[in-house]
Design a protein around this ligand. Sequence first.
Ligand code: HEM
Length: 470
Amino acid sequence: MAAAEELADIQALVRSGFGSLGGARYLLLRIADAATAKAWLRSLDVATAAQIGGDHDLARVMQLAFTCAGLRALGLAEDALAAFVPEFIEGMAGNERRSHRLGDVGANAPAHWTWGLGEREPHILIILLAKKAEIDGWAAETEALAAAHGCSIVASLDSCPGREDGAPSNEPFGFADGLSQPLIDWDGRVAVTGSANRDYRADIAAGEVLLGHSNEYGFVADYPQESGLGRNGSYLVYRQLSQDVTGFWQWVAAVAGKDRAVWFAERMVGRRISGEPLPGLAQDGPDFIFGNDGEGRQCPLGSHIRRANPRAGDDPLGRRGFLRDVISSVGLAGTAQGDAVASSRFHRLLRRGRSYGDTLSPQEAMDASATPIQAGLHFICLNASLARQFEFVQGAWVGSATFGGRSGEQDPLLGNRQPFPDGCRTDLFRYCGPDGEPAIAADLPQFVRTIGGAYFFLPGMSGLAFITGC
Ligand code: HEM
């Protein structure tokens, strides 16, 4: 059945980020009394994807997600839990090797997090989205109800008020955010095995986000099937990322000069600060691609957006006829470097995060006398495979010291700058100056720190009924 026919069973966040609702609150709860908590959770009005568009106009959106520890605390049987993927069962901070792969070492290590570990590992995430004027009141009501119904509050995290006028909001460094998203193929129109679909495209099979649906490989991956537990659910990655806004702009201004600071920061991000693509990139339908910029002259190969989504098709050298396609798809042509950044379609993330904290303009932040602010991103994304999507993007593309034939670099925004175990440095950034000449910036400081995080499961409505009724 196409996902479009099951909208009433899918939580609304899968279909929309609700930019017109400028207020957001993330309630992280632990369960003290499962029976009371379940009775309360059953009474909550959780918005579905069927309530978007048409005659509907959702003024308030509540969404529910659970960690594995939360499902266990609610009484889900161990054999039902075992049907979830190991990444979810172990948790974001539950395995030292995972922490290394995700770059959660040094200042990012879970031991320093404000939530996510031990007694501060949440069981439930309640997302509240409403108009700015209403969010505080609704959050206070919900917190009081949670406390009265067998839950303790680990944290109640605020976001920056959003714009509500349809224009994108800016993240704390000042860049327009939330622009590029994969488009879910709700109707099942994309024939993923067709040769045209080896090229980069914005739409992705529903099974890349929703469990129980066909994915970009053309099959349905294993998922918890008991009593509808997993179907139409999605894994929700939540990382609270603290951003050093004054540190970022002061370093950028020191390297590039105040007049060229924004120009340089735009190369680090890979987009104009306004959200426009960098000049000179090829247009492909409504979107841009890097097809005419293989060397990264316009948009540096190591820039944030190019690492997070290299916009690459399956064939690193481009499709060159049936025979060459076959040769390349069995790995007999192309370069290891090209292959490493091929097939973006298997690694897409549906981002649903919002920023938090105080704001400073780039100009204010560049001023050496500026007082540092508390600000950052509630990075939230949805995906059907934690290993192949979020963990791959975070570990192999964003955090890796070798990417796209470059070494010694990491994502210029997100890198933790820790040398790799083989001693390889990670604090370089290569770009081309305004004169087109290659240049290298060195000694990048760490600008973004992980201060909390967890893997959640955002169930479908049948799954939610099973979880709260078990
Ligand atoms: C504080 C941390 C972060 C900041 C400031 C940040 C900022 C941005 C900005 C300004 C854009 C371009 C606008 C847009 O397309 O929305 C962007 C795009 C993107 N970011 Fe991040 N980001 C952060 C963390 C992350 C993380 C942790 C990931 C995933 C591991 C990620 C994945 C992406 C993806 C997939 C895109 C879209 C790329 C494209 O399709 O062009 N970001 N980010």
